[in-house]
Design a protein around this ligand. Structure first.
Ligand code: ADP
Ligand code: MG
Length: 578
């Protein structure tokens, strides 16, 4: 019931259109109710009394009524769709807004395919429920009530007879309604699973092929597909049982009417026309009951979808602005971690009591074995996650006390794998600062060593990148990412293994661009190849979420600890390679 109320809130702004739609629906349904009445008049007044004038009147009224019915049908159909579409657009936008605001932890926990299915399948299911099913529900309810009134008017005793079959019908409706609702949920869930397997397989085609895991993926997909089949068949079974059961019960009712009413006509207590009209209404009410049952099934399915959509809307944003948070003023770039602890999942601490300071303009190398927590530190600084204990300060201000936007505007990140959007090279660089001029973009591209290769692309800066555009190499992507970061011009820069995925030649170009980018900024450089951070002002060595060593390259080499060990391994490996 709460779900209905919540849906109604979305419909509220459009209530006057909805009202018009419902009026049209009721009037159109009235056209259907008129038909049995024609039978009665035809048999009793025209055929029995042989009245030609009556016949003409009836003929004209049929034409007029059905013309009006057509007009109201148009109104019902168009207006109801109008309301449905507007509500869906509102909900879809709200879900997307919510998705944009949700914290990283949400994206860690939910598969891309599942999230997409919320916005597409579930919202669409809602739309179906609101338009078609609402029309059906209003039309059929009105026909049901109208038919019963007409029946009572024609012969109340016979009506009581007929209505006695209702409890049986209601019982079956209720029983199957519950089953259908639960199997509807199963179908949606397994469709989401299929989508997510599909999404993974398609987006990771390269990995699948390189590991020759086609069969594995096919098996996985088949499994999900079969789950889906089972859920659908279960639903189909309930649907298939529901209709004939109710029809059989209805047929019993009709037989009763024919028998009882026929006797009344024989005894002369009622007219033949009335009995025929009554029968027509009685048969008619089995239709609304049948359709209302089906509609309730559909609405139940849609409510399961609504529940998932509202579930998303109700999620708490774990990382958000505190009440009264102020904008972080332009910083000089002091960064300090004070006794910071952090865990992605409760009970599994990843960062333990970490403290360090970085002075403005310093380039600090962050090294350590993989899994040591380097990227995690990089995520904590722009507050992608909140740390559990301790404080992270920028220029002495606790980053939890300032607005996310102002914080993130001053922290730039160049990750290992750059995400480029579907769009032109120009748009991709512009993403760094939307009000940049063409000159600024070119200057950024030049500083990022990207201008030359961009000019060689088929349409230069207007070349499309992404799914439907040209493919560029990893080094080129990285340089576009750097141009983007240069344009953003953050005081604090995080490079998370920005050159790790590159070959030596493109690494040189990218490194050159990075060196230019780092000038005058506080830089946290996470490096896989230790040679790239040898010249850093300071090197922090992480091990299992704690700071193991801290110093310059020379100091750390002299110390002959973890860093010296890691450095020597790489040094000799490189020598062997070359
Ligand atoms: N989104 C995440 N959810 C849960 N655990 C994570 C997540 N990201 C990283 N981890 C875990 O945190 C630890 C540190 O990871 P990370 O900071 O990426 O290490 P590094 O960058 O030093 O290789 C690892 O044990 C990793 O499994
Ligand atoms: Mg990492």
């Amino acid at each position: 019931m709460n779900l209905y109320k919540r849906l109604l809130l979305y419909i509220k702004p459009y209530w006057h259109v909805l009202l018009a739609a419902i009026v049209c629906t009721v009037l159109a349904a009235g056209g259907n109710l008129y038909l049995p009445w024609i039978f009665r008049d035809m048999i009793d007044d025209v055929l029995n009394a042989k009245d030609a004038f009556r016949l003409n009147m009836i003929s004209i009224s049929i034409v007029v009524i059905f013309l009006l019915r057509g007009i109201f049908f148009y109104g019902q159909s168009y207006l109801m769709n109008w309301v449905g579409q507007h509500v869906i657009i509102d909900i879809r936008t709200e879900v997307f807004r919510k998705l944009q605001r949700l914290s990283m932890s949400f994206y860690d926990k939910n598969k891309t395919g599942t999230i997409m299915s919320y916005v597409t399948n579930d919202v669409n299911a809602l739309q179906g429920a609101m338009v078609d099913n609402t029309i059906d529900l209003v039309t059929e309810s009105f026909i049901l009530i109208g038919s019963i009134c007409a029946m009572v008017y024609l012969d109340w005793k016979l009506t009581v007879f007929t209505i006695l079959t209702f409890p049986a019908v209601l019982f079956f409706m209720n029983f199957f309604g519950k089953k259908i609702r639960s199997s509807g949920g199963l179908i949606q869930a397994s469709t989401a699973d299929i989508t997510s397997v599909l999404q993974e397989a398609v987006s990771s085609a390269r990995v699948v092929k390189s590991f020759v895991r086609e069969q594995y993926e096919i098996d996985r997909f088949e499994k999900e597909n079969e789950e889906n089949l089972r859920a659908n068949l279960k639903n189909a079974k309930y649907m298939a049982t529901l209709t004939p059961t109710i029809e059989f019960v209805a047929a019993l009712g009709v037989t009763l009417i024919i028998w009882y009413g026929g006797n009344n006509v024989i005894k002369g207590e009622t007219t033949a026309g009335s009995l025929v009209a009554f029968l027509a209404y009685a048969v008619n009410i089995s239709n609304p009951i049948k359709r209302i049952t089906r509609t309730i099934g559909n609405i139940q399915k849609a409510l399961a979808a609504a529940q998932r959509v509202f579930g998303i809307l109700d999620l708490k944003e774990e990382v958000k602005d505190l009440p009264g948070a102020k904008a972080l003023p332009s910083v000089t770039g002091t960064v300090s971690f004070e006794h910071v602890t952090f865990s992605y999942n409760k009970g599994d601490q990843i960062i333990h009591d970490l403290s360090f300071d970085v002075k403005p303009g310093q380039v600090v190398g962050l090294v350590g074995p993989s899994g040591a927590g380097k990227s995690t530190i990089a995520s904590l600084l722009p507050r992608f996650y909140n740390c559990d204990e301790g404080v992270i300060r920028i220029d002495g201000t606790d980053i939890k006390q300032v607005t996310l936007d102002s914080l993130r505007a001053q922290v730039g990140i160049v990750p290992q794998e750059t995400i480029l959007f579907n769009g032109t090279v120009y748009d991709n660089i512009l993403y760094g600062r939307l009000d940049a001029t063409k000159e600024e973009i070119e200057a950024a591209a030049k500083a990022a060593n990207a201008h030359d290769f961009i000019m060689e692309l088929p349409q230069g800066y207007e070349t499309m990148l992404g799914d439907r555009g040209v493919n560029i190499s990893g080094g080129q992507r990285q340089r576009i990412a750097i141009a983007r970061a240069i344009l953003k011009n953050p005081r604090i820069l995080i490079l998370d293994e920005a050159t790790s995925a590159l070959d030596t030649e493109s690494e040189r170009l990218v490194q050159e661009a990075l060196n230019r980018l780092m000038v005058g900024r506080t830089a946290l450089v996470i490096a896989h190849r230790l040679s790239t951070i040898k010249n850093a002002d300071r090197i922090l060595v992480m091990e299992k979420g704690s700071l193991a060593e801290d110093g310059t390259h020379e100091e750390l080499m002299k110390k002959n600890g973890l860093y010296a060990h890691l450095y020597q391994i790489q040094y000799y490996n490189n020598k062997e390679e070359s």
